[in-house]
Write a new protein. Structure first.
Length: 286
């Protein structure tokens, strides 16, 4: 975790329309190979392409669907399926394919391609607020903040009662330094779901950046109360408390943060506001 990570806005992401398998960090099977059966999904991908070139579209679609069953993260299969369904006028299936392709690409870190995939889906289903939400999140991840704002606003035009959309719109606006607008979005998210600790933390971040430290302490306090084991929330609250000169509460939150995430102890010297606190024995100093 870097210093920037500790104060970054936290975003939420939709799952795809059908569940995708995320490879375990401890072991990732070769790309395209199913960990349970050992069957290589790419064989069905290539079979589908061969069938398609021979004009056997239905059989090609079946092969690509089989490839996806074996490896739901196989982006090429989603891409071929989306293109083919679109050509056939099967819009619902095409939207699903582009939507899931976007998710698969995002999980691989291929953010620009994920943006393109979600944009295809949004062109086919312009009234689907979930598609716009995921397009916005892909744009946010790719650093395309103005496009993220536009996509989230399109999502809200379809459905305004989703606190996660308001939260992520706030994140995009915060990245553009439109802090007053971001605060409005976070407060709207919290009006819809007062128990959403993510937005309390993000609200605290923006209030801290604006210099409204007392309000930031209160926002981080709500986040800590709702999710007391999240080290980042304690770290953020400690930072603001230290700026306010509240030494004892700051040390208490730092100690809790370190208990839940010991690696944070290496990060603390990069916070100027903590320099006078690090000699305290409760933080390993002395």
């Amino acid at each position: 975790m870097s210093r920037r990570d500790a104060g970054d806005p936290i975003r939420s992401r939709r799952r795809p329309t059908r569940p995708l398998k995320i490879a375990s960090p401890a072991f990732s099977p070769p790309e395209g190979r199913n960990r349970e059966t050992g069957v290589d999904a790419r064989l069905f991908l290539e079979e589908g392409r061969a069938l398609y070139t021979r004009g056997k579209t239905d059989e090609a679609i079946a092969s690509w669907q089989r490839a996806i069953e074996l490896d739901p993260d196989l982006a090429e299969a989603w891409n071929d399926l989306g293109n083919t369904d679109g050509d056939l006028g099967e819009l619902d299936r095409a939207v699903e394919a582009w939507y899931n392709l976007g998710f698969a690409l995002s999980t691989r870190g291929n953010l620009e391609a994920a943006v393109d995939a979600y944009r295809h889906a949004s062109e086919l289903a312009p009234a689907d607020y979930e598609v716009w939400y995921n397009l916005g999140t892909a744009c946010l991840d790719a650093g395309r903040y103005e496009e993220a704002v536009a996509a989230y606003r399109r999502s809200l035009a379809g459905y305004r009662e989703d606190h996660e959309v308001w939260n992520n719109l706030g994140n995009a606006l915060a990245q553009l330094s439109r802090r007053a607008q971001a605060i409005v979005c976070y407060k709207q998210a919290l009006q819809l779901d007062p128990s959403y600790d993510v937005s309390w933390n993000n609200l605290g971040n923006v209030l801290d950046e604006r210099g409204d430290l007392e309000a930031a302490v209160r926002a981080y306090g709500r986040a800590v109360t709702l999710a007391p084991t999240v080290a980042t929330y304690h770290l953020n609250r400690a930072s603001v408390l230290a700026k306010l000169g509240s030494r004892e509460p700051a040390i208490e939150h730092l100690a809790i943060a370190i208990r839940h995430s010991p690696d944070l102890s290496r990060l603390l010297p990069s916070f100027p506001e903590f320099s006078a606190l690090l000699t305290d024995p409760r933080l390993g100093g002395g």
